[in-house]
Write a protein that binds this ligand. Structure first.
Ligand code: HEC
Length: 148
């Protein structure tokens, strides 16, 4: 195994470790509600579009960014301003703010991959668990958790 440390810029090693943790799928929240939400996110296939642990990056021609955004970082902050918007994305497949925006709504309607509207298929408790899990991912504490 080559020793890469001398070749990586500061911060790159941490990013690489976080990425490996993400794709390993071994990082799980401790509290029950977010663990339930993570389980549901795996079952519903959220990470197939949003990337491992919501790291983003799956190509999406015709979309706002060119890829499906992740659950953290600047894209997430731009697209999800608060809990209400997070809920709208999950239940309606779009936030009211962007859905009613004349330009953004046309782009969102025309993109190759579309965010499914899960509202009709989930119980209120499941929607809340998903929201808690997405927020747990967005907070990023899992990046510094030990690999089990
Ligand atoms: C078929 C692919 C697909 C699946 C499956 C999917 N999404 Fe999405 N999601 C999208 C697309 C596309 C967008 C819109 C991005 C845009 O407008 O640029 C989006 C947007 C979002 C957003 C707001 C933007 C952001 O930063 O992520 C959230 C939150 C979200 N999805 C959560 C979920 C959750 C939770 C699940 C699983 C229950 C899920 N998504 C499943 C494709 C998907």
């Amino acid at each position: 195994m080559p020793a890469y440390e001398p070749y990586l810029k500061s911060g790159e090693l941490e990013d690489l470790v976080a990425y490996l943790k993400a794709i390993s799928g071994l990082q799980f929240p401790e509290d029950e509600r977010s663990a339930e939400g993570m389980q549901l996110a795996y079952e519903l296939g959220c990470f197939r579009c949003h990337g491992p642990m919501g790291s983003g990056g799956v190509a999406n021609p015709g979309s706002l960014k060119g890829y499906v955004p992740g659950f953290w970082g600047p894209d997430y902050a731009e697209l999800v301003e608060n809990d209400e918007e997070l809920r709208q994305w999950i239940t309606d497949g779009v936030s009211r703010r962007l859905g009613e925006h004349p330009i953004a709504s046309r782009i969102i309607a025309g993109q190759a991959l579309k965010m499914p509207a899960y509202g009709a298929f989930l119980e209120e408790q499941e929607i809340e668990s998903l929201m808690i899990a997405v927020k747990w991912l967005a907070e990023g504490k899992w990046r510094s958790m030990k690999v089990p």
